[in-house]
Write a protein that binds this ligand. Structure first.
Ligand SMILES: NC(=O)C1=CN([C@@H]2O[C@H](COP(=O)(O)OP(=O)(O)OC[C@H]3O[C@@H](n4cnc5c(N)ncnc54)[C@H](O)[C@@H]3O)[C@@H](O)[C@H]2O)[C@@H](O)CC1
Ligand SMILES: Nc1ncnc2c1ncn2[C@@H]1O[C@H](COP(=O)(O)OP(=O)(O)O)[C@@H](O)[C@H]1O
Ligand SMILES: [K+]
Length: 481
């Protein structure tokens, strides 16, 4: 599991740790890790040209100390000091002792140094940054982006909001980010995460002083441990039956895709309810189909409702019936519009809502662009407002449930933004729910496998190919299945 902590938490842990160590120890740990990472990114240090963009805080200090280490190993280092009279004194002295030279941030000289650099160290701001970068810093960030050098962000790309993943103005675009002590939410959530590049964590000893995280990301081993696996005494009913209420005369394909996802999610059987039965059976003859209302369809351990459902009376009635059941329900697409919001709040069994940014905006009476620029705040707000587990889809998929750290899905690709891909996700996740995973785990594992399938399917792909790829990625996560 990867854990991410807010600035306030990181600072508190750092204070405790620092009080037990000689002054400057943490910064030296950070600088040593950073210098080693830069050395390996440049495939050596001798005769490499390094430019440090150094702000006046400790982030600049880390960068200057690391650069001093690189200079001692033969790199030619130039530091551009944003505020020369306030640059980190210890870092600056170390760099000078190591033979590094310094420049004020005058555009011409700085731009020239940047243009010739092999590697740029972004030490403008770290967790102490506030708001969009100031003009001089913004200029350096742009010049660095336009250069051919490898840009390494120190702790985080300057300009991103470490707590939220927002990008309030110009930001450094890094090829790699070397972060210290712990991940920060902004490194893992778009739009900020897009500017992070390859992310490396340097352990500086904070671990024992960190409380529960703000954000977490499952890794292969976590997902493997959660995947349902049939055992000797099991049968199809014990594995769980998932009911899929999806599709309409107009959108029969959504039913096929949701069932396709559901068949690959570990439930023992998939029951389909709706007008798309013929299309479903033609593609997946193993599906149990019924054409009546969900309440007459027989027992299931979880429902998926919504993909391609349309919005006629039957659809509305089906959503109400499913929400009235006492088993976990995943509410997607059209059902997000049709559902009675109070009925969602009153449910005692788990409810999973899977909106994309547009649907989330509608549920919160907010703006789609605001949801996309501040995903973390909005997914938490939705989970709170609907007392449900919320999986917010999009460039970064987040899963929120009140009282737990938000989960960020680490897999996926923009190729997933293809029609019907969400239908596969809802079927898959509903199936995991029926197989007995908690709402939060089912949503996280569903998003993880869906994202992996997106990465493994030859592009450009259609959503049905994504569903076909799930067994392969399942086995890649859990090779013994
Ligand atoms: N506290 C610690 O124990 C450790 C801190 N470390 C480093 O220290 C950093 C935090 O240092 P600081 O608290 O000094 O803060 P920063 O260095 O992150 O930022 C503060 C500086 O940035 C300037 N600044 C703020 N917002 C700006 C903006 N929008 N545009 C331009 N300049 C802006 C401020 O005027 C100030 O000079 C971490 O990110 C990390 O790199 C590491 O050395 C590890 C240990
Ligand atoms: N830019 C992106 N990067 C990564 N994944 C994306 C991106 N855009 C969309 N996705 C993913 O693609 C899927 C699209 O689902 P959805 O919006 O419901 O589409 P549809 O309704 O056509 O099925 C979701 O899993 C979402 O997280
Ligand atoms: K930085």
């Amino acid at each position: 599991m990867r854990h991410a902590y807010t600035v306030e938490t990181v600072r508190a842990a750092e204070r405790t740790l620092m009080s037990r160590l000689p002054p400057g120890t943490l910064m030296q740990r950070a600088a040593a890790g950073l210098a080693a990472a830069c050395g390996s990114l440049m495939h050596g240090t001798y005769s490499r040209r390094v430019v440090v963009l150094a702000g006046s805080g400790d982030n600049g200090g880390d960068a200057l100390y690391a650069a001093a280490r690189l200079a001692r190993r033969g790199a030619g280092v130039t530091a551009v000091l944003l505020t020369p009279d306030k640059a980190h004194p210890g870092g600056l002295a170390a760099l000078r002792r190591a033979g590094g030279r310094t420049l004020p941030p005058e555009p011409e000289a700085a731009d020239q140094a940047i243009a010739q650099a092999h590697l740029i160290l972004d030490g403008i701001v770290g967790i102490g940054g506030r708001g969009g970068l100031r003009p001089q810093a913004a200029h350096l960030a742009r010049t660095a982006r336009e250069s051919r050098a490898t840009v390494v962000a120190v702790d985080l790309p300057s300009g991103i909001d470490p707590d939220t993943g927002e990008t309030p103005g110009e930001t450094v675009h890094a090829d790699a980010t070397v972060t210290f002590g712990s991940y920060k939410p902004g490194l893992l959530i778009d739009p900020a995460a897009e500017h992070v590049g390859a992310l490396r964590l340097i352990d500086i000893g904070l671990g024992p002083y960190l409380p529960p995280p703000e954000l977490e990301a499952l890794q292969h081993a976590d997902v493997a441990a959660l995947l349902p696996t049939p055992v000797g005494e099991t049968d199809k009913y014990r594995r769980g039956v998932v009911g899929v209420v999806a599709g309409s005369e107009r959108y029969p394909g959504a039913a096929v895709l949701a069932v396709g996802g559901a068949l690959r999610g570990g439930a023992g059987a998939v029951r389909y309810v709706g007008p798309g039965a013929e299309a479903v059976i033609a593609r997946y003859p193993e599906t149990l189909v019924t054409s009546g209302p969900p309440s007459k369809a027989g027992r299931v351990q979880a429902w998926v409702v919504g993909p391609g459902l349309g919005d006629d009376r039957a659809a509305r009635q089906a959503v109400a019936e499913v929400l009235g059941s006492d088993v976990p329900v995943l509410v997607d697409a059209d059902a997000l519009r049709l559902a009675d919001r109070d009925q969602i709040r009153r449910r005692t069994a788990a409810t999973v809502l899977t909106p994309h940014a547009g649907e989330a905006a509608a549920l919160l009476s907010a703006d789609r662009a605001d949801v996309e620029s501040a995903r973390l705040a909005h997914v938490k707000q939705l989970a709170e407002a609907y007392q449900a587990t919320v999986l917010l889809k999009g460039s970064t998929t987040l899963i929120a449930q009140r009282g737990h750290p938000v989960r960020v899905n680490p897999t996926g690709t923009a190729w997933l933004s293809t029609a019907g891909s969400g239908d596969v996700l809802s079927g898959l996740t509903g199936s995991l729910l029926a197989a007995g995973l908690t709402a939060r785990d089912a949503a996280s594992v569903g998003a993880y496998l869906h994202g992996l399938a997106g990465r493994e399917t030859p592009v450009p792909f259609g959503a049905h190919e994504l569903a076909d790829r799930i067994p392969q990625v399942w086995r890649s996560v859990h090779p013994r299945t």
